[in-house]
Write a protein that binds this ligand. Sequence first.
Ligand code: ADE
Length: 222
Amino acid sequence: MKIDILTLFPELFVSFLNTSIIGRAVLHKKVEIKVHNLRDYSLDPHKRVDDYGYGGGDGMVLMVEPVYRAIETIKKENTKVILLTPQGAVFHQKMAYDFTKEEHLLLICGHYEGFDERIRSFVDMEVSIGDFVLTGGEIPAMVLTDSIVRLLEGVIKEGSHLNDSFQNDLLDYPVYTKPRNFMGMEVPDVLFSGHHANIEAWRLSKQIEKTKQRRPDLLEKR
Ligand code: ADE
């Protein structure tokens, strides 16, 4: 899979793309990720990519021209172009799975006070990471990239995301490590039983219990 990211702040992605699981996935060529500076697509002598909005109002508006030029340059036949915006479809785990099937994603980070509405005509999909407003689409682009890349084959241990929260619309079961007793809080005995089926049954019951308590909406969906 290939992911291209279009941003005004490529430097924000440096440690993200070189660290931990994502860094390893890139190093081992499980995914190819390239970050593009939107200013490189501006024809303005000062590399401007924003201007005052028509009709007045606060803040600068990202211009359609450089974004269009970038999309046309980076896009290939099988590219899904995704615009990160709080007005998009709210991202969830199933969407992350669906995106793993794409050959090529182009993630466009909105910024400043807004972007020219006409940019919307050149994207395939708009995605939001939740009902809150960030200063730009960079963190949302990292959120999408992280959640997609960890699902790609060979990135994390085979099958280990099958127990993820939201897989099957259930939250994840609790896990423990040493010490067995911490300040009177004991690790459940079943985990020392060595009885695989009992451990699995206990885990599923905890998933259901936790989901009932915290996210009853997920159980309804199930
Ligand atoms: N840009 C600003 N806020 C955002 C959000 N919640 N999701 C996606 N992109 C955004």
